[in-house]
Structure formats: structure tokens, C-alpha cells
Design a protein around this ligand. Structure first.
Ligand SMILES: [Zn+2]
Length: 245
């Protein structure tokens, strides 16, 4: 929900709130169905936490749903703020509330997933409740991120920091949000995947849809070579299928 009190409906995809029933309860039902019906190796969660902007970058503000109002008031005694202002002690309390509730949800989801199948890898952009801590390396015609050490700089902050969590840097094959069917240059993508291997992270490859239907296929021979090399070296040869929720 936006600060204006209306649901955020992005072309039919409605934003759900971390404190609402969909994420707190129904997501577990979806996960249970997926885990019990399909042989998943891992589960990835995208666009996690308190989302205040949509995929077009439109800012919708602090969620003002009844669940957020109630939980924030119950845990802090304050009224939910409507503006992001770090000079406001109530907003700082809200940031702390965000951290606590986000970690709580991810730990709850982890416990649920592992109770159904302890072998399933959980993978997202936080360090709470995960096995892989995720980052992304991808090209963008707009943002100019194509630099050689993009994967290394993503992996280093996590590398060696945890006994039970490893870095996972995703190769986003498409050119950011605006160009989802155009692939990254094989030359830079090769460098990023090799950096993943160098730092003990899995080799990864993210596309929209399935590989069979993907039109820009210029990187596929390189991917075959690199995934084959990785498997042959047996450093960390587990390829994993991802379910996005
Ligand atoms: Zn809310």
C-alpha cells in the first residue's frame, strides 16, 4: 500500500505488505505446494522487504496498511510515520522496526522451508534466514555498470564473513529492466562468472522465462563452457533451479 492509502497495482501485479496475510501466511501455503509437488533445489525471493517503489521507479512511500499501523504501534508506542526523515526519531524507530520484522519473516520462512526439505537452498538479498547471500552483476544501457570487477566487489563483502552462508552473485543476462530480452556481452559476462568461481561462489545465469524460449542466445555456448568447466573442477558444482515467489 502507498502512503496515499491505495494499493500499489503495477500493471496487475499488486504489491503485498510484509506485515499482511499474503506474506505472513499465504506465502507459506504457496511454498508448501511448490516444495511438495516439485523437486526444487533452491528458492529465491525477489524484491524483498519493505518495497516503496515499483518497477518503473515510482515512489509510493511508506505503507500505511492497518497491519503496519498496528504492529508498529504495538512494538514502539508510536504512530506510523508518513515521511522518510532520518532526523525524526519516530522514523528511526520505524527503520529498526523494518529490520526486526524483515528478519523475523525470513527466519520464519526458513524454518518452514527446512522443515519440509532441509536440503533446499534459500537465496535472497539479505543475510537473515538464507544459505546464499545474493547480489547481482548485470549490464545496463542506462546505468553504465559494465566494469570488470563488478562480481568481485559484490562477493568480497560476504566472502569469509559467515560459517553457514556463502556469497551468490547472480549473472543477470538481460540488460536491466528496460531491455529484458537483450543479452549482456559474452565478454563481460564471462569475466563475471569466472570471478564468481574465483571467490568460491556458484556459477549463475538469470533469464526471463526459460532457456528454450530465450531469443538472444549468443552467450549460451560460453555458458556451456563455463558451467562445464565448473562442474569438471568440482569446486562447487551444484546447479540449482530457482522458484521465484
Ligand atoms: Zn503495510
Amino acid at each position: 500500500m502507498g502512503t496515499d492509502g491505495k494499493n500499489v497495482n503495477y500493471n496487475g501485479q499488486v504489491h503485498t505488505c510484509i506485515n499482511g496475510g499474503y506474506q505472513q501466511e499465504y506465502s507459506l501455503e504457496i511454498l508448501k505446494e511448490a516444495i511438495t509437488k516439485y523437486p526444487l533445489d533452491g528458492i529465491f525471493f525477489n524484491m524483498i522487504g519493505y518495497t516503496t517503489s515499483d518497477y518503473s521507479g515510482i515512489y509510493h512511500g511508506i505503507c500505511q496498511c492497518e497491519n503496519c499501523k498496528r504492529r508498529f504501534h504495538d512494538s514502539t508506542g508510536f504512530r506510523l510515520p508518513v515521511e522518510s526523515d532520518m532526523s525524526d526519531p519516530v522514523f528511526r524507530a520505524y527503520r529498526e522496526f523494518q529490520n526486526i520484522t524483515t528478519e523475523e519473516l525470513f527466519n520464519k520462512i526458513r524454518g518452514f522451508v527446512k522443515s519440509l526439505n532441509p536440503e533446499i537452498i534459500i537465496n535472497t538479498y539479505t543475510d537473515a534466514g538464507v544459505d546464499f547471500i545474493t547480489t547481482e552483476s548485470g549490464s545496463s544501457l542506462r546505468d553504465g555498470y559494465e566494469w570488470n570487477y563488478f562480481a568481485t566487489s559484490n562477493l568480497k563483502p560476504t566472502l569469509g564473513s559467515y560459517r553457514d552462508r556463502i556469497p551468490c552473485n547472480l549473472l543477470m543476462y538481460f540488460q536491466a529492466i528496460g531491455y529484458r530480452h537483450i543479452g549482456t556481452s559474452p565478454n563481460i559476462a564471462r569475466i563475471w562468472l569466472l570471478e564468481n568461481m574465483l571467490h568460491g561462489a556458484p556459477v549463475t545465469f538469470v533469464v526471463i522465462g526459460t532457456l528454450n524460449s530465450y531469443e538472444d542466445r549468443i552467450f549460451l555456448p560460453v555458458m556451456n563452457e563455463l558451467f562445464g568447466f565448473h562442474k569438471k573442477m568440482k569446486s562447487f558444482s551444484r546447479m540449482f533451479s530457482l522458484s521465484v515467489i
